[in-house]
Design a protein around this ligand. Structure first.
Ligand SMILES: C[S@@+](CC[C@H](N)C(=O)[O-])C[C@H]1O[C@@H](n2cnc3c(N)ncnc32)[C@H](O)[C@@H]1O
Length: 252
């Protein structure tokens, strides 16, 4: 069977929908059963303060990171996923996890749709974007559109927080696609972002099995109105193609 790399983006997106239709039990495949430990660390330590901020988490899966943002005060924390089944699983998780915090649950919005076409119902851009296990889920040919998508969805001056994973050899031909801090720079700097932090994540603050392969990258969406150095990518809708594929997803 041809690898995803050989097949190109044709048929790519529907593999995710198919995976979720077949079922992604908590703790299986890419689902780690809890929020990113490093995200929890950033929020707990207030190195990332999202109180009252509009936060977007694309490729949210079962939504653990979305709920961490909502608990930290994000308003709203929006989880977006291509798969309606993923969104249903996230809604069930929210209703169980936040049963005793209805005001927090109400700030956690879950939406089915593609990142490449998405606009919030309010029409407003986001203050914070969080990208973890999302770029590595996309076909390499979608990467420029990924950067343009972030430039389109974030307000000038907004922050994009990326956990860069998986860094290092061994992830070729199928998701999770191997990435690197340099790749994020190559994609985000021309799209109108500046880097504000790049740090290797200590292994004990990664999910089990991912230690040593994660970096934190923080980026600021440059305000093109103030310095004339804009992204030139605003409004790009990106690759909105829908596809079918039976590609395997490696365990993360
Ligand atoms: C590797 S999984 C990670 C899920 C979640 N972030 C987690 O760590 O559990 C990637 C997710 O991205 C979603 N996805 C893939 N392409 C997408 C797109 N174009 N727009 C929105 N979600 C997408 C998939 O359905 C899948 O749930």
């Amino acid at each position: 069977m041809a690898s995803t790399a050989e097949a190109g983006t044709e048929g790519y997106d529907s593999q995710w929908v198919e995976h979720w239709k077949q079922g992604v039990p908590p703790g299986q495949l890419w689902d780690a059963g809890k929020p990113s430990p490093y995200l929890a660390h950033l929020l707990d330590s207030k190195q990332l303060d999202v109180a009252g901020k509009r936060v977007l988490v694309p490729g949210c899966g079962r939504g653990y990171d979305v709920f961490a943002f909502a608990q930290a005060g994000a308003a709203p924390a929006v989880g977006l996923d291509l798969s309606p089944e993923a969104v249903a699983a996230a809604a069930a998780e929210r209703d169980s996890q936040l049963a005793h915090s209805p005001e927090v649950a109400a700030r956690a919005e879950l939406v089915a749709g593609s990142f490449f076409e998405y606009v919030h119902a309010s029409g407003r851009p986001f203050d914070v974007g969080f990208d973890y296990t999302f770029l590595c889920a996309l076909h390499p040919d979608m990467r420029k559109d990924w950067a343009a998508g972030w430039a389109r969805l974030l307000a000038p001056g907004a922050e994009l927080v990326t956990i860069i994973f998986p860094v290092g050899p061994g992830f070729v031909g199928n998701p999770p696609w191997q990435v690197s801090p340099e790749l994020y720079e190559e994609l985000l700097l021309p799209a109108g972002f500046e880097q504000t932090e790049l740090t290797q994540i200590p292994p004990h603050l990664s999910h089990k099995g991912r230690g040593g392969r994660e970096w934190l990258g923080r980026w600021r969406r440059v305000d093109s109105s103030s310095n004339g150095n804009g992204s030139g990518t605003d409004g790009a809708a990106g690759d909105a193609s829908t596809h079918s594929s039976s590609t395997a997803v490696s365990r993360m």
